[in-house]
Ligand binder design. Structure first.
Ligand SMILES: [Ca+2]
Ligand SMILES: [Ca+2]
Length: 259
């Protein structure tokens, strides 16, 4: 009798330990089917429920396959005197999860610009797949508030917008606003997915997002599955000069399911 009690207690504490620390399916094998195991069974099934819920969600989402260009500088320089500046993460950006099958749907897409005659380069460079910081890989638009509009060709569920304005040197671009809409003139169903124009100088509304330093990782914006055909990006110069630049813009999405 004493011996059985000891074994039961041992089994119970082992199972509880496994359930608390591991929450793995393998702990199910360990639980013994003895009479005093009511609590143990309840705990085991609770752990099982947690685990299956987790695996369903994880099965739907996969990390975006992002190909980064070569970095041109290391680390973030100090004393960049720009307010509301995002602190550098100090490590690589964590993977961004999106539904399986999500890919860059901007690649090779049609692009319009508020500056139809760029100072350097062509508008097409924005979605040609070349993200290198080198000369010849970026387009330079004129001063003041400028925008570019990417036509995805059809409605897409957009999960992320990834922007490289310029990453040959650390820079901060101003009034970065990213919107999606149903029409190329941005009249119908306009939604703002990023806005760091804190004083509304762009007239697009006061933004709460932070300024950030350009790096080879680009700026990843979570578009939260917004459904749209058109993506528009604004900027208004940078901390180095009044001009506006783009190396590449990627729009990660999936074609909207037919209704
Ligand atoms: Ca490019
Ligand atoms: Ca502003």
């Amino acid at each position: 009798m004493l011996k059985i009690n000891t074994i039961e207690r041992l089994t119970l504490s082992v199972v509880i330990l496994f359930a608390l620390v591991l929450i793995l399916p393998s702990c199910g094998k360990k639980s013994s089917p003895d009479s005093a195991a009511g609590e143990t069974a309840a705990e085991a099934s609770a752990a099982g429920a947690d685990e299956s819920a987790g695996s369903v969600a994880a099965g739907d989402l996969v990390p975006l396959d992002i190909k980064l260009p070569r970095p041109m500088f290391v680390g973030t320089p100090q004393n960049m005197r720009v307010p509301n500046l995002e602190k550098p993460l100090g490590k690589a950006r964590p993977p961004f999860l999106a539904p399986a099958g999500t890919k860059n749907v901007a690649l090779g897409g049609a692009i319009a610009s508020s500056d139809e005659e760029p100072i350097i380069g062509e508008i097409e460079l924005i979605a040609d797949g070349d993200k290198e910081a080198t000369d010849g890989s970026y387009v330079e638009l004129g001063p003041f508030l400028q925008n570019i509009t990417i036509d995805l060709g059809a409605d897409h569920d957009i999960y992320a917008v990834l922007i490289w304005h310029f990453h040959k040197q650390p820079r901060i671009y101003f009034d970065v606003v990213v919107q999606v809409a149903d029409d190329p003139d941005f009249i119908s169903n306009v939604r703002t997915v990023f806005n760091n124009d804190h004083d509304n100088s762009s007239g697009l509304g006061v933004g709460q997002d932070l300024h950030y330093v350009e790096t080879s990782e680009g700026k990843l914006i979570d578009a939260k599955g917004a459904r749209a055909r058109y993506v528009r990006l604004y900027s208004n110069g940078n901390n180095s000069n009044d001009l506006n630049h783009y190396v590449e813009v990627e729009v990660y999405g999936k074609p909207a399911a037919a209704i």
